[in-house]
Design a protein around this ligand. Structure first.
Ligand code: RUB
Length: 319
């Protein structure tokens, strides 16, 4: 189950930062249920090994290490028996999954208030949190339409138009490079996030920063929908968020790429949108300007610079 989930995250059968976090926690939960250990220390060690397998599956979505860190933190306490450690751990996993789903619902409710009658929206990639805002706005009777991009090379836009179609929301499907062409018709860009750094920069699917730049030029608002566990604590220390570069075969089949001797195919999966191109980040704790990212990390995630100085295990990205 653990190796299976790790493989599904790597191959993107499970994808999207929120889902990745929940599936990883569910896999840890299953692992904890069956893990044989004679002592609490042995149980802790076995769980740490499992956590490290999952954490290394995809490097950019900070929701993954944050989620794992939050449930693994339970095991730092003293327990009288393996049974009690296991019990607490399972409970922490259940709470995380429930809180994560509730966060998406709350984001939907808050984000929906920023969508007005007659608005034209643009979205990029397939974000559960961004879609929650659109679905809730539609449910409460807002009348709007959406431009959804294709999202080369993995075509996550198809998932997005599937959801919008099911809800009956009028949608235009466009290639990624048509984003600027249509931007003057757009009132609000709404995207999700894989990670948000302490300076409010938003890491999301490759192409997001181009869209945000076009929106900035057209004076179109940009709203990011993201659970607070997508904020990256270790960026307080100046660590960068690592951008995953995936297999070139996703962009160009090897039989075609093989014909080029001087061409290297590059396939970064994410990019960084600076805070100044983002108007608002909608979290489950409320809508904030990106400049408040530090407050989220310190007051909501509960990480302060001292935590790192006292050797707490890392839950941010290297790189
Ligand atoms: C997914 C992506 C999504 C964020 C947020 O990239 O960039 O916008 O993960 O999604 P990939 P959510 O398809 O490479 O995982 O709001 O669902 O967490």
């Amino acid at each position: 189950m653990l190796a299976d989930t790790a493989e599904k995250i790597k191959s993107m059968e499970v994808r999207g930062a929120g889902r990745i976090a929940r599936e990883a926690v569910k896999a840890l939960r299953d692992h904890a249920t069956s893990l044989q250990a004679a002592t609490v220390a042995e149980f802790r060690e076995g769980m740490e090994e499992a956590a490290s397998v999952l954490v290394s599956t995809r490097p950019t979505a900070v929701s993954l290490p944050n989620a794992i860190h939050s449930v693994m933190a339970t095991l730092r306490r003293d327990f009288p028996s393996v049974g009690s450690a296991r019990g607490e751990f399972l409970q922490a996993c259940d709470s995380f999954v429930a809180a994560s789903l509730l966060a998406v619902k709350k984001i939907g409710e808050i984000g929906a208030r920023h969508i007005r009658d007659g608005d034209v929206l643009m979205t990029h990639c397939n974000s559960e949190a961004a879609l929650a805002c659109m679905l809730e706005a539609w449910r409460i009777g807002r009348d709007f339409s959406v431009f959804a991009t294709e999202v080369r090379p993995r075509n996550q836009g198809l998932l997005t138009i599937g959801t919008l179609e099911e809800a009956g929301i009028p949608t235009n499907f466009i290639v990624d490079s048509a984003a600027r062409y249509f931007m003057n018709e757009v009132d609000l860009v709404i995207v999700g996030a894989d990670a948000i750094s302490v300076n409010g920069a938003v890491v999301n699917k490759i192409g997001t920063s181009q869209i945000a730049l076009a929106a900035h030029e057209a004076r179109t608002r940009v709203m990011v929908a993201a659970e607070t566990y997508k904020f990256a604590p270790r960026t307080i220390l100046g660590e960068f968020i690592r951008i995953e570069e995936r297999d070139p075969a996703e962009v160009l089949p090897p039989d075609i790429a093989g014909k080029f001797r001087h061409v290297r195919v590059r396939n970064p999966a994410f990019d960084v949108t600076p805070a100044e191109y983002v108007d608002l980040i909608v979290t489950e704790a409320g809508a904030i300007p990106p400049q408040m990212a530090y407050i989220v990390i310190r007051d909501i995630l509960g990480w302060d610079i001292g935590d790192f100085m006292h050797g707490m295990p890392g839950n941010g990205r290297e790189g």
